[in-house]
Design a protein around this ligand. Sequence first.
Ligand SMILES: Cc1cc2nc3c(=O)[nH]c(=O)nc-3n(C[C@H](O)[C@H](O)[C@H](O)COP(=O)(O)OP(=O)(O)OC[C@H]3O[C@@H](n4cnc5c(N)ncnc54)[C@H](O)[C@@H]3O)c2cc1C
Length: 468
Amino acid sequence: MGRPSAKRYDVVVIGAGIGGLVCSAFLSRKGKKVLLVEQHSQPGGYCTTFKRKGFIFDAAVHHIGGCGRYSIVGRCLKELGLGMEFCRLDPMDSLIFPDFSIDIPAEIEDYIVLLGKRYPSEKEHIERFFKDFVKLYWAIINEASGSPTLNNYKNMTYKEMLDSFFEDEELKSTLAGQWGYLGTPPGEVSSIGMCQMLINYLRDGAYYPRGGTQNFANGLAKNFTESGGETLLSTMAEEILMDGRKVMGVKLEGGGEALADVVVSNVDARQTFSRLVKEEFDHTYSERLRGMKESPSYFLLYLGLDPGIDLKGFRRGFYHGPANQWKYVSAPTKVDSSLAPGGRQILNVVATVEESYEEVGDWKALKDRLTQENINYLDRLIPAPGGLRKHIEVVEAATPRTLERYTLNSRGAAYGWAVTPEQTGSGRLDHCTPLDNLFLAGHWTNPGPGVCAVVSSGWRVANLILNR
Ligand SMILES: Cc1cc2nc3c(=O)[nH]c(=O)nc-3n(C[C@H](O)[C@H](O)[C@H](O)COP(=O)(O)OP(=O)(O)OC[C@H]3O[C@@H](n4cnc5c(N)ncnc54)[C@H](O)[C@@H]3O)c2cc1C
């Protein structure tokens, strides 16, 4: 637990998730005196790693969109004067369905050609779809509220959008095959949310930070410190101090206080307004929060494997099962061998959990059961001499409860609010709140979830504060 070095700051940022880190780094670079408070012992939120026996495991984030020079993350890093090394993923992903599979190329043009050849009767529709999709992406980025494309799709689910273009069910499954990146199935997920996420990956690339996703967070944290920012790790923010409707600062675990004109919350929005803000405030806003729905959470398996395992034929991507169940399986050591010593390999699984959070009585039993089920699944998927189990050197697992414990996102919500049409765009919480000088950055606010989006959110909030 740390203590602030000063009594007063221009801004206190609660939470060193990527949204909080980016916001802090921009504010500090522009001369603001900023205190960043993080309850975990390392920065990054979901974008962190942990080490076991020489293996470096990514806790949650597997790759980042938009790291090219002209895309959001790339531009952010350039503005901050921050160099980072990334590996571009090619193919971007693979989609494995029970009766067909497809590798998604790294370049969007190659994907359009591939789909046109695979589904010749839909070729023209495919071209029209991607043209509209890119147009929609720009309308979202430019917040062009008068855009006819944006107005046309903003209330549609992604399924409705696909149905308006295509007949072929297999093609629709393919184009929806990455919905797991937003956690909400095609019939419920916002077409705008899917557009932001997919175009970001397909047009601007999917990238892996060399050395592990923690390096991305650490780079931002170092940049912040170098420009004069102060970070308190392992320190819980307990209360946002108020004078009527205006924020006054933050009360910290252990009784310390940091006074500030402005507070940014990069943490779970429910926690912000139910636990951190103790005063009564805008009734309509509280009611709205009560009616909003969180995104789902996952089970995660992390395996460290001996050098005897051969992953040459392994495909990273979504393995779809029945009834909206899927597993995302990846081998980050195939992209960056420095993550494991001596030719060893890592396999990660992210899997949907059928039980709702409230249904689970015994989390340990759930973790043990899902660990065994997922190892059995991998054993069938990956040929290994003597079976996969013989090659395992490290096994770790995480449930929604684990994700909640490390990040304090309610029920381990992977993406803040669920990305439905009602909770996207103006339906998501604004950066400004009913409380004066309290701002929100991160996946509970606009533009939404994913590292690239929260980079944008942190940057936007910094600009809002600087331009006040
Ligand atoms: C399993 C999984 C896989 C994912 N994979 C990807 C992926 O491959 N690519 C991608 O782009 N996105 C991915 N996402 C989504 C992405 O990780 C998130 O949308 C994004 O990282 C959220 O960032 P954030 O800035 O909102 O903060 P968060 O990551 O939610 O961090 C919030 C921080 O606030 C801290 N905090 C909370 N309360 C307090 C308090 N009271 N006091 C002090 N500190 C506090 C927490 O400890 C945490 O560090 C994945 C998510 C999950 C769960």
